[in-house]
Ligand binder design. Structure first.
Ligand code: ZN
Ligand code: ZN
Length: 259
């Protein structure tokens, strides 16, 4: 029998892995390839993070300009809250960012309008993504809005049907955790160290973000599929990638040795 906790853990796992492996390491950095049908499924599941075109463009621009004034989300330049989530809603008002951080499914609805319309300045860096008709289609405002509506209705309807208000509230809390873990990579992955260095590895964050919290190592080797490659680093995303490789769902994996 499916328990509410198991349901939330499965949701957390899928929501995390589609962004870490799908949007980030595959689409943005080309660290490996996915079977096309599988890539499409992964990206549709990752849509709450934004449209794939906008996500990839912004992230590539961030890698090219980390902690410069043009960086879309630098905690050093713009402050913690703007880098955390304010850059999505174009606000440095801490209370507004804080409320947005707690918005859970309401954030889905805000983003359903916002994401295909904002943060589009670096789309030219994602021409490989926008060249794909399917990605152009799901990134259009109307289609994205419908898909985001489904992203809210299906899991929340399911949780409510099985566990009533407890299911609704627990999934909401789960969503807050997931969004803020992802946003923390931008806000906690950079801090003022010296003029040559601003990225940091966060072990605890890396554990809960499937390895992407090793942000310093990632900036040094962005095209490598295994972000946590040092001994004692736990990169769960890499472990899952090996399982996906075994299942023949991914291939052409870039490892550090091949760099
Ligand atoms: Zn960074
Ligand atoms: Zn990256």
């Amino acid at each position: 029998m499916l328990t509410l906790l198991t349901f939330c853990l499965i949701y957390y796992f899928i929501a995390g892995i589609v962004i870490v492996l799908g949007y980030h390491r595959c689409l943005t950095h080309k660290a490996f390839k996915m079977r096309k049908w599988f890539e499409y499924v992964v990206v549709v599941l990752g849509l709450p993070a934004g449209t794939p075109i906008q996500w990839v463009g912004n992230h590539r621009f961030h890698h090219a300009n980390p902690d410069l004034s043009v960086d879309p989300h630098s905690p050093i330049i713009h402050g913690f809250w703007y880098a955390h989530n304010g850059w999505y809603i174009n606000s440095k008002i801490k209370l507004l960012c804080f409320l947005y951080a707690l918005a859970g499914p309401i954030r889905f609805l805000i983003d359903a309008w916002n994401r295909p319309r904002t943060n589009q300045e670096h789309n030219h860096l994602a021409k490989d993504i926008s060249a794909d008709p399917f990605y152009r289609y799901i990134s259009s405002p109307s289609v994205y809005a419908v898909l985001m509506l489904l992203h809210s209705i299906i899991p929340f309807g399911f949780a409510y049907a099985l566990w009533e208000i407890n299911g609704f509230i627990t999934l909401w809390i789960n969503l807050i955790i997931i969004f803020n873990l992802g946003d923390s990579i931008n806000s906690l992955g950079h801090e003022k160290i010296n003029e040559h260095s601003s990225t940091v590895n966060r072990n605890v964050l890396a554990f809960f973000t499937f390895g992407d919290g090793y942000h310093k190592d990632h900036h040094q080797n962005p095209g490598v599929a295994r972000v946590g490659f040092q001994s004692k680093q736990i990169d769960l995303g890499w472990r899952i990638l090996l399982i996906l490789k075994f299942l023949n769902l991914v291939y052409d994996i870039n490892t550090l040795e091949e760099q």
